[in-house]
Design a binder for this molecule. Sequence first.
Ligand code: FES
Length: 126
Amino acid sequence: MDSDPRGTESEQSVKVDLTVNDKQITADVEDRMLLVHFLRDVAGLTATNIGCDTTSCGACTVLLDGESVKSCTVLAAQAGGHEITTVEGLARDGGIDKSVAIEAARRYHIDDVLAAPEQTSDPGVA
Ligand code: FES
């Protein structure tokens, strides 16, 4: 990051080259852009959500080289050269691999997710 004559820090762009859901994506982005914003705004993958501003909810969880990470805690530039898998990348035959959600819930201690009963589409059904 450069300093301008007024003493404030100016933004600088960096080239980010990474693989998202088996697709190569290269883009020039602000050096401080978070991976979650890269995925949503550059790659157009909006299933990766922003659920808090305290890095505590896990709504932004993705796989980085197979390991779950909170993408709001990773700079897009740090993810360069790595493989990212989002929820969209886990879709198989119209469904989602629930093991990733369960792993994220365990890792980030989101016990409510693990304990939540199955939801039905008809709230009147017991
Ligand atoms: S948005 Fe909540 S942990 Fe990343």
